[in-house]
Design a protein around this ligand. Structure first.
Ligand code: 5AD
Length: 365
């Protein structure tokens, strides 16, 4: 059955049932899936890996998500916002090292003071890098005017994970109130498109109450929304969060990683020209997790450039890696490991998603 599916000429139209079959592959079937996806990746996005310097800008957050270590009701961490000077230092590091793109991520906040502060920061970044940096934001749900202002100030990409595209599961992992509303999140993805961002979403993999059918529907959701980028990775429990009580329902960590790799492989087959990130959570489970993802479909990595003194407070889940890493040392080993997968880092390229360009061209015609 798996062989037949993988022998198809066009993977973009795989049915949800076929996607679920691929996600259930084990043993030889799984090896075949990974081989096929690795080969397909070479033919479609090639062997380039794009670097995005990640700045975890602030852990202050209005939301209280049941899985997240820095949810608003947690008192375990000191709340911080990186100063503009420190952000610009990290940006300069990235610029000097030819990264050509950045991700600025923070907790979700809606005050005008916060959103204006981000606008001003974006203007500064654009100025000091002569507009040569691709800037991705990941700052949650915002009003259309805010998305538009940030776009105008220089951000061109936005990541907003749906976390789970299954309404019932989304409800279980978030408080039941207006601030955590499934439809608002879906609408936000549409607003981002209307503001002409390259739009990314993603899900957590291995959540309690999640099954293969739900994950297959997640991939279908990404296809229907017609995303340009995806960042997804294993769910890793954090003991100070409400979801921790379901720890006994979880797959072993290694299996969550394997399932995440299958998700990357299948998404690559279904959406051949999007950018897919090899995420930190994968590396947290297996020091080689990101490289495994790159081999079978991912083409983006996001080395952490957050100033070291803040990192211990951006603790989304247990044992999050990179909290004490030296940037330079981390980069050297990353480069080496990526080259060992037969890929190479595309220094100096912004690395826009080919999917976005194709989408724009289609609109024109
Ligand atoms: N395990 C894995 N990923 C998590 N995130 C938050 N908490 C966890 C966790 N416990 C992810 C969410 C969010 C991103 C910033 O971090 O998917 O979108």
């Amino acid at each position: 059955m798996i062989k037949e599916i993988l022998a198809k000429a066009d993977y973009s139209t795989l049915s949800v049932e076929e996607i679920a079959i691929l996600l259930s592959a084990e043993g030889e079937d799984k090896a075949l899936l990974f081989e096929t996806a690795a080969h397909y990746k070479q033919q479609t996005v090639g062997s380039k890996v794009f670097l995005r310097g990640l700045i975890e800008y602030s852990n202050k957050c209005a939301k209280d998500c049941y899985y997240c270590g820095v949810r608003s009701s947690s008192t375990a961490y000191q709340r911080y916002t990186v100063s503009d000077e420190e952000v610009l230092e990290a940006v300069e590091y990235a610029y000097k090292h030819n990264f050509s793109s950045l991700v600025i991520q923070s907790g979700e906040r809606h005050t005008v003071a916060f959103t204006n502060q981000v606008t001003r920061l974006l203007e500064k970044i654009t100025r000091i890098t002569n507009g040569e940096m691709g800037i991705t934001l990941s700052m949650g749900e915002q009003k259309k005017e805010v998305y538009a202002a940030w776009r105008k100030a220089g951000a061109t990409r936005y990541l907003l994970r749906i976390e789970s595209s299954n309404r019932a599961l989304f409800r279980k992992i978030h408080p039941d109130n207006k601030l955590h509303d499934f439809q608002t999140r879906v609408d936000a993805l549409r607003l981002l498109k209307e503001c002409d961002y390259q739009v990314g979403t993603g899900v957590m993999i291995g959540l309690p109450f999640q099954d293969i059918e739900i994950l297959a529907a997640d991939i279908d959701f990404m296809r229907k929304i017609d995303i340009d980028m995806c960042g997804m990775g294993p769910y890793i429990e954090h003991e100070d969060t409400p979801l921790y009580q379901y720890k006994h329902l979880l797959l072993p960590l290694q299996e969550r990683l394997e399932l995440s790799l299958k998700m990357v492989a299948v998404l690559r087959l279904v959406m051949k020209t999007i950018n897919i990130a090899a995420t930190t959570a994968m590396q947290t489970i297996d020091s080689n997790g990101r490289e495994k993802a790159i081999r079978i479909g991912a083409n983006v990595v996001m080395p952490n450039l957050t100033p070291l003194n803040y990192r211990e407070n951006y603790y989304l889940y247990n044992n999050k890696v990179g909290v004490v890493d030296d940037v330079k040392r981390g980069l050297d080993s990353l480069t080496e490991n990526i080259e060992a997968t037969g890929s190479f880092i595309a220094y100096g390229e912004k690395g826009d998603a080919k999917h976005y360009r194709d989408r724009k061209n289609k609109d024109k015609h």
